[in-house]
Design a protein around this ligand. Sequence first.
Ligand SMILES: Cc1ncc(COP(=O)(O)O)c(C=O)c1O
Length: 360
Amino acid sequence: MSRNYNFCAGPAAIPEEVLSQLKEEIPDWKGKGLSVMEMSHRSKEFVEIAETAKQDFIDLLKINSDYEVLFIQGGASLQFSMVPMNLLTSNKSLCSYLDVGQWSKKAIKEAKKFGLVEISASSADESYKKYPDPKSWNIDENSLFTHLVLNETIDGVSLRNLENLPKSNLVADCSSCILSEPLDVSKFGMLYAGAQKNIGPSGLAIIVIKKELIKEKENLPAMMQYKTYADSDSMYNTPPTFAWYLSGMVFKWLKKNGGLLNQKAVNESKANALYSFIDESSFYMNDIDKVSRSLMNVPFLLSDDSLNSKFLSEAESNGLLNLGGHRSVGGMRASIYNGVPKEGVDSLISFMKEFEKSNG
Ligand SMILES: Cc1ncc(COP(=O)(O)O)c(C=O)c1O
């Protein structure tokens, strides 16, 4: 198998070991003579795959029994709508949002369709280069929940210190940081994450929600209600079985490799190496406030942006894929999720050094 290093922000790199196992299992899953994609979601085999994946996810994040874990189609973007649809009581109820980057803006736009939105903190004036300190968040006491994007994938900005979080009903979009390190779930009313970064294939989102927040919402379509998923083990209809199965394989891989504490150490060593190299160079630049720097998404600029396309095409020829920044911000971005090994980051740094030598 010939593999390049994939720095895509999502769909993102999947651990090579998992892909090899998948290759083995595709035609004939455990001697059953069929692939998981062809199995009934009601079969005892698939139900076991689904339950094991859910339990492994719960074990990895040490989620207690106050929470329900749901597997829902529609990616994280559907959650931008489902959260206010389910957690607000009327279109006059109030919710709070942090405006900390491009994904926050999308979430806010959806929430405004279903209720009154107050912005508790914003880093827009600082061009989203610094995550507002939780001590500065201004949350109205009537607000039913406070939404935050824990890691802004496009901007490369993250809330790294969760010590001073307010004791409000916090709802966090963890799409691009879930499973990258341990997380104290009990600080949140709800978490959600699109799968295609640290979990598995796109299209699926995993939701962790306090049971007390799951309410019957008579006026909502069944597929838009958390209760429907909670009452049916996320199998009210045919779930995305392949995505669920492959996610479960990734969870087993994480467990086998020392869980989230090990992942944190690996991810910190990757991110520290890349940020240190960029900071020491005068050819590359990352202008994000140092305490808000993302462990997962490292945006950087070349001092001469006319070299951008040359950089990207030479990187690709060197087996380093998808380093272009998001179309809304430009520049470069290396997404270094769990599936990107330390060797991938080392190769990127070596390439960047050589590129600087020839073009600086
Ligand atoms: C932080 C964040 N939230 C939401 C989304 C949207 O996810 P999806 O494409 O699964 O709807 C993304 C996608 O990259 C993201 O990075």
